[in-house]
Write a protein that binds this ligand. Structure first.
Ligand code: KE4
Length: 431
């Protein structure tokens, strides 16, 4: 596969962009090769600057649930852009977005738009601290909630990939207010709460983890967290930046029938444009300025183009609920095919999947938390990743990420992926 243009651009990019990329995981560091530079995308496909074509299982890390450049989303953007790109003033589309999110996620009575998942989670935590007048938060090892200081403690995603789950620059005082529990271990949470009576403002969790690779909640885990938060007056925040409208029409909270106090969103609700949101109970949300004293603001919050792309995406998802049936069918076809390959070749691999988000872990053990995820053989994953790239399949360039299927992926593309995977796995395990 010729990647000379990507290599040349990477050299050039590193002169003026730290690491040559604007987000660390894009650097392909953990898979031992220089990154591809993407020229364009359409449906389930990506093309890099050397003209190589790939079936895309990253989908911009989640937003592209309808596939890239969906005609209706493009048309919505074309209509919006000729009327201006940003006003810094209120618009009708923001009301329509807020009303649609509230309709699709009934736990959200009020919602504030921001520009990234990071802004959403950091604002939700500030709000929870103000509402409870407490300072500490509980997060879970291996979960990633964006790069705000409070969350870069035992973080997942790129922080885990690069082996820097705790970042320099985060002060001791900030770190002291973040307590980390073990995902799928309610006892670890109880111990944390008992050790800090009356001090914990919020508990934030990925209801289905995507950021240590895909790790579903154990039966009763989310309900257990809900009960603990209710008992101890802790604001329960579901970080649905990745799972929101991905795993069900109403997100993971609908799938698992859990009612959080606050929810954070991103990715899909922007249709690929910069977006985030946080929302929940009116009695909490009304504390946000200007209706209350908790300050949070943003020049481009509710941006007309992001709203246009996000509204079109959500309206398509909402108008055609069998979209989720198609996503489930495609993802099940892939998972079943992978299982046959694993069984046929007796490979030490584990698959975790919820709907159209999934991960193939390079470990025989079940992966239920940070510790078990870290047992994965990342070097062998890297060999598999590169072999798949050479066969026209673009996976997440890290063992500790979720992969995504869109409504644009066809049965034939899944079959191609499975054939490529069998060859790639056999070669990865033959070395
Ligand atoms: P952003 O600030 O990247 O928009 O969202 C942060 C975030 C918050 N919560 C969850 C559950 C998330 O998955 C994310 C971001 N996800 C990663 C992918 N694992 C973004 C990819 C990247 O960092 O480049």
């Amino acid at each position: 596969m010729n990647t000379t243009t990507s290599e040349r651009l990477f050299e050039r990019a590193q002169q003026t962009i730290p690491g040559g990329v604007n987000s660390p995981v894009r650097a392909f560091t953990s898979v031992g090769r220089s990154p591809l530079f993407i020229a364009r995308a359409h449906g389930s496909k990506l093309w890099d600057v050397d003209g190589n074509e790939f079936i895309d299982y990253v989908g911009s890390w989640g937003p592209m649930i309808l596939g890239h450049a969906h005609p209706a989303v493009v048309e919505a953007l074309q209509k919006a852009i000729v009327d201006g790109t940003s006003f810094g003033a209120a618009t009708l589309r923001e009301i329509e977005m807020a009303e649609l999110i509230a309709k699709l996620m009934p736990s959200i009575e009020m919602v504030r738009m921001v520009n990234s998942g990071t802004e959403a989670t950091m604002s939700a935590v500030r709000l929870a601290r103000a509402f409870t007048k407490r300072e500490k938060i509980i997060k879970f090892e291996g979960c990633y909630h964006g790069h705000a200081d409070s969350f870069l403690i035992s973080a997942g995603s790129g922080a885990m990939t690069l082996g820097i789950p705790d970042s320099p620059g985060v002060t001791q005082s900030i770190a002291a207010d973040t307590l980390t529990a073990t995902y799928n271990d309610l006892q670890s949470v109880r111990r944390m709460i008992d050790a800090h009576p009356g001090q914990i403002a919020a508990m934030i969790v990925e209801p289905i983890v995507g950021n240590m690779g895909c790790v579903p909640p154990a039966d009763g885990f989310l309900q257990g967290l809900r009960t603990l938060c209710t008992t101890h007056g802790i604001v329960f925040i579901l970080d649905e930046v990745m799972t929101g409208f991905r795993v069900a029409p109403g997100g993971a909270q609908q799938l698992y029938n859990i009612e959080p106090d606050l929810t954070t969103l991103g990715k899909i609700i922007g249709g690929g444009l910069p977006v985030g949101a946080y929302g929940g109970k009116k009695e909490i949300m009304k504390l946000i300025a200007p209706s209350g004293p908790v300050y949070q603001a943003g020049t481009l919050s509710g941006n007309p183009l992001a709203m246009a792309a996000g509204l079109e995406t959500l309206q398509i998802l909402n108008a055609t609920p069998d979209v989720y049936v198609v996503l489930e069918e495609r993802a099940a076809q892939l998972a079943e095919g992978m299982k046959q390959i694993i069984d046929r070749h007796h490979l030490p691999l584990t698959q975790n999947r919820v709907g159209s988000m999934f991960t193939l872990f390079f470990t025989r053990e079940r992966v239920t938390d940070f510790t078990s995820a870290k047992r994965s053989d990342t070097a062998r994953f890297g060999r598999y990743f590169n072999a798949m790239l050479g066969k026209g399949v673009y996976l997440a360039p890290s063992q500790f990420e979720a992969a995504f299927i869109s409504t644009a992926h066809t049965r034939g593309e899944i079959e191609h992926t499975l054939a490529a995977a069998e060859e790639s796995l056999v070669s990865a395990f033959s070395m």
